[in-house]
Write a protein that binds this ligand. Structure first.
Ligand SMILES: Nc1ncnc2c1ncn2[C@@H]1O[C@H](COP(=O)(O)OP(=O)(O)OP(=O)(O)O)[C@@H](O)[C@H]1O
Ligand SMILES: [Mg+2]
Length: 267
């Protein structure tokens, strides 16, 4: 198995010196999904922001992030951004916040593509439509001419996924991409991500509160609590033989939900 990205002894502190992420280490393998699961405030988003170089300036980070042998520690910020730019795509909980409100979707695709690759407007539009159909959006011409506020939450999340995949990244970071959607749309997006991962050799870091979704999507699960990864391992081990008391509780809660209601369509 080939390691694509390693997070090594990541520490993030706030201005007061309080530890928000504490000595976290994990790795992403080619073509595999790592789910980072944990309660609110446990440090999942900060971890993903550290990888994306999007941490606010007032937070201090130490440790290292290694992307295909390149150490963040040894690179200038500009160089890291250029290496990372085409190789890591990201989607978030509120896609409409990441999309420009007053630029049509199609133009955002074209601008993004042409800022990275020497392609004509015509070619960029063609690629954008192809990506939009890949995420199962039907009337791609209509989507291209729409503004984010004219589309549903689910459609906007599909647009974001298409945009994140446009430059063919090796890694997709998905930070609770379905938490703001209704249950049916959640399931559709989860299915879509699973298929995209199976069809390519892309890796995914999937951040969630939900052990059930992790069980469906991930190969490896890391459980985060109060800034620490308290347990990580193969999905099978974590789900069938959790060691940490907190993980055991998550598993119990998860099976009660599953057995009690049976309403989770991707379980
Ligand atoms: N910009 C920031 N400045 C200072 N502290 C922050 C900042 N962002 C997050 N924190 C703090 O860091 C801790 C971890 O936050 P983080 O957003 O990573 O949690 P999370 O696991 O993603 O939670 P959630 O599931 O609610 O999204 C929290 O205590 C939070 O208050
Ligand atoms: Mg978060």
């Amino acid at each position: 198995m080939k390691t694509l990205l390693e997070v090594k002894n990541l520490n993030i502190r706030n201005k007061e010196g309080q530890s928000l992420v504490h000595d976290s280490s994990f790795s992403l393998e080619t073509g595999k999904t790592y789910a980072l699961i944990g309660e609110s405030g446990s440090g999942k988003t900060l971890t993903s922001k550290a990888i994306l170089d999007m941490l606010p300036a007032h937070l201090q980070m130490s440790g290292d992030i290694v992307l295909q042998g390149e150490h963040l520690k040894q690179l200038s910020r500009k160089r890291w951004r250029s290496i990372r730019g085409g190789q890591i795509g990201a989607i978030f909980q509120h896609p409409e916040q990441a999309l420009h409100p007053s630029i049509p979707i199609g133009r955002q695709f074209v601008d993004l593509m042409r800022s990275h690759l020497p392609v004509s407007r015509y070619e960029a539009e063609k690629q954008a439509k192809k990506m939009l159909s890949q995420v199962l959006l039907k009337d791609t011409s209509h989507v291209m001419s729409s503004y984010a506020h004219e589309l549903s939450g689910g459609m906007n999340q599909r647009v974001m996924i298409a945009m994140a995949l446009l430059l063919k990244p090796k890694i997709l970071i998905a930070d609770e991409p379905t938490s703001a959607l209704d249950v049916k749309t959640q399931a559709e997006i989860i299915f879509l991500l699973k298929e995209l991962i199976l069809d390519t050799d892309m890796s995914m870091l999937f951040i969630t509160h939900d052990l059930l979704i992790s069980g469906y999507l991930a190969d490896t699960i890391g459980v985060m609590r109060e800034g620490k990864i308290i347990e990580q391992g193969s999905k099978e081990n974590i789900l069938s033989a959790p060691e940490h008391e907190y993980t055991q509780e998550l598993c119990r809660h998860c099976s009660q939900r599953f057995l009690g209601k049976g309403e989770i369509p991707y379980a």
